[in-house]
Design a protein around this ligand. Sequence first.
Ligand SMILES: Nc1ncnc2c1ncn2[C@@H]1O[C@H](COP(=O)(O)OP(=O)(O)OP(=O)(O)O)[C@@H](O)[C@H]1O
Ligand SMILES: [Mg+2]
Length: 346
Amino acid sequence: MFNGLGGIFSSDMAIDLGTANTLVYVKGRGIILNEPSVVAYHVKDGAKKVLAIGEDAKMMLGRTPGSIQAIRPMREGVIADFDTAEEMIKHFIRKVHKRSTFSKPKIIVCVPHGATPVEKRAIRQSVLSAGARRAGLIAEPIAAAIGAGMPITNPTGSMVVDIGGGTTEVAVLSLGDIVYAQSVRVGGDRMDEAIISYLRRQQNLLIGETTAERAKTTVGTARMPDDGRGTSMHIRGRDLLNGVPKEAEINQAQLAEALAEPVQQICEAVITALEATPPDLAADIVDRGVMLTGGGALLSELDLALREQTGLAISVADNSLDCVAIGTGKALEYEKQLHHVIDYDS
Ligand SMILES: Nc1ncnc2c1ncn2[C@@H]1O[C@H](COP(=O)(O)OP(=O)(O)OP(=O)(O)O)[C@@H](O)[C@H]1O
Ligand SMILES: [Mg+2]
């Protein structure tokens, strides 16, 4: 296959292997796959057979009969179920890697800054056994900052806060590298759990993860609405007192209350990072503000809540859900200039 420049299309790829979503960027083409990190198996007599991967499997989460298991192989940004993760990576690579290219692809994957050497090796291994010729790793905060268009190679401090499904990574970057980074195990999943436990406590209503996520993304908010109530939506779950299905209404004030703890933890992580940053770089961040990336950054009013608590100017990146994949992809495209951020062999 030839591209417009007459060269052979490379299938080298950059992968954002996220707790909630996996994105694949193909060199020269951009992001061409974006699917939930979920695998569904059919289980019979102890033997497992893959039934669906990605979008189709996510629809089964929380709705499976005994014979089907829907699994999220990534937890808190790292592989929790090795075999399932490998199955998923193989499937996604096969989906985008056209047979017309002969060579095995080179693949760059981003990993949380806090990933241990064992966790990094696990990710590298599964990419290699999924068919990569070479596997490089890039730290997620660097990828997020590149993807958000921050001038990371300048001698000025930049702060990026990537709020994903499993973790929030707060990092201060200067001269193309990480000066300070901290990963807290609070992200979109924790917000969903907070909504579930709030409704259980306050209304004896048990709802599923999918319903909680929908409430969060449609009317969820990080701040108490000015009228003390805000808009509301109907949700369905099970009444814990009599066990029957029940419909209830939840408003933004209740969601703000439910989400107060995870939101507070994200604010504290930013404050801690600022305190740990050398003074000149901290002054740069006060001047230039903080960039939010990741799906969690889309929580309504989170930027305002963060500004109120930290006093810093806060912006949400364009395409915040895609930043890490775009940044990892750019590292692949501009590997000559950015070689120092990619790690091929630890
Ligand atoms: N509009 C929204 N409001 C609040 N949360 C949202 C919104 N849209 C998406 N999310 C949440 O963003 C999270 C997914 O974000 P993202 O794709 O950045 O995570 P990830 O990269 O898979 O996870 P991680 O980086 O922790 O491994 C999910 O928890 C999802 O519910
Ligand atoms: Mg992520």
